[in-house]
Design a binder for this molecule. Structure first.
Ligand code: PDD
Length: 277
């Protein structure tokens, strides 16, 4: 049975109703999280919850539960669906109100959460992926995990049409992140990635990879790369909840390194893998 939380009701997914004037639906006025479930366990749940509240807070959306209650609700959902490997999608919107752009006086947040079975992309971990470059046309608050994803949707579609797994975004010649991931380059064993400011989402996987790097004695420098620098890195990889640590072996027509996942990427993959077992 597939369940969904709609506010504080856990129901069958096919019974859920969302109002056409929900501000999430009309304005993308809300925030979301995707949380990986490994063998029935929610991975890095506390970090996801903290980011969820932070994103909502930045938009002045009030999540009507304490963090502990929310955690329990998500846990109960995973139990109800008997999810083994997959993910939870959860979002909160500013709620339902007659359509006008400014915040309504009276609207209470709409919360929804459901699970999805999804396998780990093991082939991608092994072989790496091809990517395309795409103009970062998104807004200037990419640190908020907002429902407004058109910049990401257009970028990912460009990647999809080129038979690639991800689009690497750049503002002018500065590489920011992937359409739904963080991007890293490795030169002489040192890992470079864009600093966590308003131009990128501070990935939970990114934080875990920073910890893995520390344990492995691998240096990570939070320094933005130019597109040209990225194309001449020894190794490139990307991270996200779904992609974990995935090697990038090609960007547009440029083969990265020798076209195989590199040594530093492999080490970080193994260290990450050890944390999800
Ligand atoms: N995307 N940057 C962007 C723009 C993202 O959308 C994501 C995640 C990340 C990586 O964050 P994390 O490691 O916390 O998953 C970075 C999610 C998975 C999505 O939209 O499906």
């Amino acid at each position: 049975m597939t369940h969904i939380w709609v506010n504080d009701q856990l129901m069958n997914r096919n019974e859920a109703k969302i109002d056409a004037e929900d501000r999430g639906y009309q304005f993308g006025d809300g925030v979301y999280e995707v949380i990986k479930v490994y063998k029935g366990n929610l991975f890095e749940m506390e970090a996801h919850i903290n980011r969820f509240y932070r994103s909502a807070d930045e938009l002045r959306i009030i999540i009507p539960y304490t963090k502990d209650v929310l955690h329990k609700m998500v846990y109960d959902l995973v139990e109800a669906d008997q999810l083994n490997t997959g993910h939870v999608y959860m979002q909160v919107t500013r709620g339902v109100a007659e359509r006008q752009h400014y915040f309504p006086d009276e609207a209470s947040a709409t919360f929804t959460a459901y699970t999805q079975v999804s396998d780990r992309p093991v082939e991608q971990f092994e072989q790496g992926v091809k990517t395309v470059l795409y103009d970062d046309i998104r807004w200037l608050r990419c640190d908020i995990k907002s429902l407004n994803l058109l910049g990401a949707v257009l970028a990912k579609q460009a990647a999809h049409e080129a038979d690639c797994a991800e689009a690497i975004l750049h503002r002018e010649d500065i590489v920011t992140e992937g359409s739904s991931s963080n991007v890293y380059g490795v030169k002489n064993g040192i890992v470079y990635t864009h600093p966590a400011n308003n131009l990128i989402l501070k990935g939970i996987t990114r934080d875990v990879v920073f910890r893995c790097a520390k344990e492995q004695g691998i240096e990570i420098v939070e320094e933005a790369m130019t597109v040209e620098e990225l194309l001449t890195m020894d190794e490139v990889f990307f991270t996200s909840t779904g992609a974990e640590v995935s090697p990038i072996i090609q960007i547009n027509d440029t083969i990265i390194g020798d076209g195989e996942p590199g040594e530093t990427t492999r080490k970080l993959q193994q260290a990450f893998e050890a944390k999800v077992q």
